[in-house]
Design a protein around this ligand. Structure first.
Ligand code: PLP
Length: 240
């Protein structure tokens, strides 16, 4: 028998593809905004590299350690290669984090509104969602997150910048918030849109990981890199 949490889920109805939508609406040009895809397309340099790939190794399983990508990202972000966990898009990482960390009856804190998949995965694991309303400017309200923490809290999601409000909390604010969070609670900062921020030179929470073992940072190639079709996302976790 299917878990009750899954039976109770509302079925996800995938949107039409852009081509199907255009056809249905009889339009020659249409920009789909709801999936936050990169409207500028993929870099021509990526297209060129792909065309040179040539399918010679397509019959072989890929390197499951993703060594080349792992080393390139580790060096680019200045993190240990062991700290990287890759997924089939960030979607898979979101599910894995909930599956690994959340027990039935745990509390999981999220902003309201935020990316809906945090709640979906937590609910599947039997967690109770604690929704904390964004402030009147649509900004994730970290002071109210702190007030919502109880001994049952297991995980806290910060989408930064937040989908769908597009607002941003600074690294200093996240650092101050982390000091209020017990070490047993994992805080996940989803930086799917971090490359679009212009407010700070180094807007990422990544550098805070040296101070806080319970901080996880997420990135994806789907947005700024224009590679949503490739399904590559990753977590940077504390190796301990
Ligand atoms: C905040 C946020 N996190 C994660 C994802 C999923 O990204 P991916 O394409 O890497 O699965 C999205 C996709 O829209 C998103 O908006």
């Amino acid at each position: 028998m299917v878990k009750k949490a899954i039976a109770d889920l509302k079925p996800y109805t995938p949107e039409d593809t852009l081509d199907a939508l255009k056809q249905r609406e009889g339009l020659s040009k249409l920009v789909r905004l709801s999936a936050n895809e990169n409207a500028f397309g993929t870099s021509p340099r990526v297209a060129e590299a792909l065309s040179k790939w040539g399918f010679t190794g397509a019959n072989r399983y890929p390197d499951s350690n993703m060594t080349t990508l792992r080393e390139a990202i580790a060096s680019r972000l200045n993190v240990s290669a062991d700290a990287l966990v890759f997924g089939n898009g960030l979607d898979e990482i979101l599910a894995l984090l909930s599956r690994t960390l959340v027990e039935p009856g745990d509390d999981v804190i999220v902003a309201e509104p935020t990316f809906s998949e945090y709640a979906l995965n937590a609910v599947v694991e039997g967690a109770t969602m604690v929704d904390v309303s964004v402030d009147s400017d649509g900004v994730t309200d970290l002071a109210s997150f702190t007030n919502a923490i109880t001994p049952k809290t297991r995980m806290i999601w910060i989408c930064n910048p937040n989908n769908p409000t597009g607002t941003f909390v600074s690294k200093a604010e996240i650092a101050a918030f982390m000091k209020t969070v017990p070490a047993s609670v994992t805080v996940i900062v989803d930086e799917a849109y971090i490359d679009f921020t212009t407010v700070e030179d180094d807007p990422s929470a990544l550098s805070l990981m040296a101070q806080f073992d319970n901080l996880v940072v997420l990135r994806t190639f789907s947005k700024a890199y224009g590679l949503a079709n490739f399904r590559v996302g990753f977590a940077i976790v504390s190796p301990t």
